[in-house]
Design a binder for this molecule. Structure first.
Ligand code: HEM
Length: 224
């Protein structure tokens, strides 16, 4: 416990948990992309995912712990940095600071709020009680996850919530990925702009890929 109480330990804890959350985003994106194969694609995927409850629950608990640790250390590091530099103006004048780095705590909290909403929406399905996948089965008797997603994103308000959450995630990742590379020792001043660009490319890729789903639904390209 001593290790994670010192500044370097905290940075390492943030990086390891951040990296695992980033890996989750890529895995989740691959799963979500099966929607482009139509109802058969995503409904088969969702059914397969839920066919092994012990694996699903172990994964969920591990992810929850990782997410909680990331938030805990994120808040701690932010509070400690503020105590060390009480003059906020001095921080924003820092030559290395960017919009993404200055807003980490805020974009992080918006992503947290988004994840809570997202779980209530698609996992617990309490925000749209009129369409519960366990009661709405497709022609093969599988929970109709495809229809749930399409009916949701046809509503502009829901798509807007996702757009805000995903934009905040993009800003958060832009600095997060660069910071992660510095922590693992890639903190060469000469290459810093390249690390920034790398973080930006990954973040924009994830934004475009995730946002493509609500967009194709809202524009009527994907219909239920
Ligand atoms: C357009 C974007 C997204 C779509 C269509 C989508 C879709 C889904 C669906 C359908 C589920 C329920 C899976 C099931 O129980 O069968 C789910 C769960 C989940 N999603 Fe997303 N998702 C999106 C973006 C995100 C983002 C950006 C994050 C993280 C920041 C995220 C994190 C999660 C988590 C943590 C779960 C719970 C996993 C579980 O139940 O084990 N999702 N998502």
């Amino acid at each position: 416990m001593r290790f994670v109480e010192n500044p370097v330990g905290k940075k390492i804890a943030m990086s390891v948990t951040g990296f695992l959350l980033l890996a989750f985003l890529f895995i989740h994106l691959i799963g979500n992309s099966t929607i482009y194969l139509g109802p058969d694609g995503i409904n088969t995927y969702a059914k397969g995912l839920h066919s092994l409850p012990p694996v699903v629950w172990t994964f969920r608990i591990v992810m929850l712990i990782i997410f909680a640790l990331h938030i805990y250390f994120g808040i701690k590091v932010t509070l400690e940095n503020r105590q060390a530099k009480p003059n906020g103006y001095a921080i924003s004048k820092n030559i290395n600071s960017t919009l993404s780095s200055r807003t980490m705590i805020w974009t992080g909290l918006i992503v947290l709020a988004f994840v809570v909403y997202h779980l209530l929406h698609f996992t617990l399905q309490v925000t749209q009680p009129h369409f519960i996948t366990s009661k709405n089965l497709d022609y093969l008797g599988r929970p109709d996850v495809f229809k749930m997603i399409v009916l949701s994103f046809q509503r502009i308000g829901i798509t807007l919530i996702y757009a805000i959450g995903l934009l905040s995630l993009m800003l958060h990742l832009t600095h997060g990925i660069q910071s992660l590379m510095q922590t693992v020792g890639l903190n060469n001043e000469r290459f810093m702009p390249k690390f920034r660009l790398f973080g930006l490319i990954i973040a924009v890729f994830l934004l475009v890929a995730y946002l493509s789903i609500p967009t194709v639904v809202l524009t009527g390209v994907l219909k239920a």
